[in-house]
Write a protein that binds this ligand. Structure first.
Ligand code: NAP
Length: 327
């Protein structure tokens, strides 16, 4: 996790209203890369971290496919490095969350936990959050055996049995990570083929601690104070069964964090912000980067690239406006 001591507290904005040239919402690879580029254009960007410092990437134990780190890099460590790099050129990273945005006129008005920020340009990099199964027991037992983050909670399952739900890259990557702690990891997947890439598939199939339950969905998370079992249903035969487990990790996709932009930014049916290949939204001066606008690639490197692109466009936008004002 990020070092909170490195972040500017929200009190710097207490109750006040201030004006910035570039406001970045979100501190994942997209937001911090946008901040780096905007800072190097001397726009003194302000980044609001949001609830998850470093975004989802900070919850990943090791990132092995971000270029430049041949041995891999910790997700939180990569975030800290990106933060430092952006701050070196004049970005301010604040531990604060936007609650509402008004994009109807410029400067845009962003109400945060601690005040109001007026922004000439906005880069929305608010990311996504895990999808829930929406089955009985899931919410009640979250934190009591139900988890969406192996890096955060894996350690609690030392010498225990766990289940991972899902068949994508996240499910397999996290299942492999969980074998460091758990005695066994059972992957429950609703089909009989995996969506995950071949490299991860091979690693999972080769891991003696991992076994698979195919064509099966979870219908109930069972337990009172903690998870004790899952109720399962075979998607082919309809047969129901019970699987005893100490925990369940759910990796079945993501939902974009776009609620506060609803009715203001154009979105796809599933809630991802629509942008052109210059990261421009339907509102001039509002740009997007990362998973808030990408339900396809979802990689640290692609999110970082989108962040850089968004900041370059924000810079062009402000330069053009200044040139027009001076003309
Ligand atoms: P994903 O690829 O969308 O996979 C979600 C998985 O959950 C699928 O197997 C899906 O089943 C299953 N699922 C969805 N809804 C379900 C439900 N209600 N009940 C049971 N199962 C359900 O999501 P992801 O694994 O988080 O990956 C998202 C993106 O990030 C992908 O593009 C992936 O390549 C990328 N990613 C890459 C890496 C890496 O490169 N190391 C690591 C993590 C993620 P179906 O297969 O039947 O649809």
């Amino acid at each position: 996790m990020f070092n909170l001591g490195n972040l500017t507290p929200p009190s710097s904005n207490s109750g006040g209203e201030r004006h910035v040239k570039v406001l970045v919402l979100g501190s994942g690879p997209a937001g911090l890369s946008a901040a780096l580029y905007a800072a190097r254009a001397e726009l003194e960007p302000v980044v609001l971290t949001g609830m998850e410092l470093g975004g989802q990437a900070a919850l990943t134990h090791t990132i092995e496919n971000y270029p430049g780190f041949p041995e891999g890099v910790g997700g939180a460590q990569l975030g800290e490095l990106m933060q430092k790099q952006a701050e070196r050129f004049g970005a301010t990273v604040e531990f604060d969350t936007a609650q509402a945005v008004d994009l109807s006129s410029r400067p845009f008005k962003v109400t945060t936990d601690s005040g109001v920020i007026l922004a000439d340009t906005l880069i929305a990099a608010t990311g996504a959050r895990p999808t829930h199964l929406e089955v009985p027991g899931e919410y009640e037992l979250t934190g009591k055996g139900v988890s969406y983050c192996a890096t955060c909670d894996g350690w609690f399952f030392k010498e225990k049995k766990v289940v991972v739900v899902g068949g994508g890259d996240s499910a397999l990557e996290e299942a492999i990570f969980l074998t460091r702690f758990a005695t066994s990891v059972t992957i429950v997947h609703r089909r009989d083929t995996l969506r995950a890439g071949k490299v991860l598939q091979k690693r999972a199939f080769d891991n003696p601690k991992i076994n698979f339950v195919w064509n099966t969905v979870v219908t109930n998370v069972v337990g009172t104070d903690k998870v004790t079992a899952l109720k399962l249903k075979d998607t082919v035969t309809g047969a129901e069964s019970t699987l005893e487990t100490d925990g369940v990790f759910i990796f079945i996709g993501h939902v974009p964090n776009t609620q506060m932009f609803r009715g203001q930014l154009e979105m796809s049916e599933d809630g991802y912000v629509t942008a052109n290949n210059r990261m421009e939204t339907n509102v001039p001066g509002v740009f997007v980067a990362g998973e808030v606008a990408d339900n396809h690639f979802r990689q640290v490197v692609t999110s970082a690239g989108m962040g850089a692109a968004a900041a370059i466009q924000a810079t062009h936008f402000l330069q053009k406006e200044m040139a027009e004002a001076g003309a």
